[in-house]
Design a protein around this ligand. Structure first.
Ligand SMILES: O=P(O)(O)OC[C@H]1O[C@H](OP(=O)(O)OP(=O)(O)O)[C@H](O)[C@@H]1O
Ligand SMILES: O=c1cc[nH]c(=O)[nH]1
Ligand SMILES: [Mg+2]
Length: 212
């Protein structure tokens, strides 16, 4: 099942606060990072481990370490930056590949303006971060770029997902697992998620919020 709605009490509580229209920019930013960290915990639950021999305080000892692919975090600019540090708080050694995509407000088409993929993506697990999965256009475009660069193990972390966006990702990229704090009801006529969070980029960057 490629969609994972993480119904952890801490996530439910924080997301409930984030839905408040009067939440300050500071608190919205902090909670975006906190929920991102909690989603990271879930998205990495099945990562393989391997035994390694270390010198412990009482002598040689077998412990476990992460095996296999290293991680690249892929924030979709701008709003994805609001989740980046939350992921890095748990995976501090990860590489970061930035993708800049802006949704045209009239057509809702995703337009790519930056592609800065680093490292050997064919040997890495990519964790895409973006607060909102609405029509799915931005996420599908990002996955297209990563696959073109050879990446085969891709997971998406989003704060809120609309059924329309989930369907779009599932039909184009059924191998990509989506981890979200909430599957919301639907999109409104302007392509905003209901109940959603409003314009996540504006709330994270403190810019004007569109009248929706
Ligand atoms: O699923 P979609 O219909 O593509 O919509 C979701 C995208 O829209 C928002 O970004 P926006 O284009 O507003 O850019 P910003 O992050 O620079 O604010 C959001 O952060 C997603 O990237
Ligand atoms: O609800 C939405 C949809 C797209 N982008 C946002 O920031 N919010
Ligand atoms: Mg925005």
């Amino acid at each position: 099942m490629p969609i994972h709605e993480i119904r952890h009490p801490l996530i439910r509580h924080k997301l409930g606060l984030m839905r408040r229209a009067d939440l300050s920019t500071k608190n919205f930013r902090e909670m975006s990072q906190e929920v991102a960290a909690l989603l990271t915990y879930e998205a990495t639950k099945e990562l393989p481990l391997e035994p390694t021999l270390i010198e412990g305080w009482a002598g040689p000892l077998h412990v476990e370490k992460l095996a296999g692919k290293k991680v690249t975090v892929v924030p979709i600019l701008r709003a994805g930056i609001g989740m980046l540090d939350g992921v890095l708080s748990l995976i501090p050694g990860a590489k970061v590949s930035a993708v800049g995509i802006a949704r045209n407000e009239e057509t809702l088409q995703a337009q790519t303006y930056l592609e800065r993929l680093v490292g050997q993506l064919d040997q890495r697990l990519a964790l895409i971060v973006d607060p909102m999965l609405a029509t799915g256009g931005s996420m599908v475009a990002t996955i297209d770029l990563l696959k073109k660069a050879g990446c085969r193990d891709i997971r998406a972390l989003v704060l809120v997902a609309a059924p329309e966006g989930i369907k779009a990702v599932e039909s184009r990229h059924p191998d990509v697992h989506i981890y979200t704090a909430s599957v919301d009801s639907h999109l409104n006529e302007d392509g905003y998620i209901i109940p959603g969070l409003g314009d996540a980029g504006d709330r994270i960057f403190g810019t004007r919020q569109k009248d929706i």
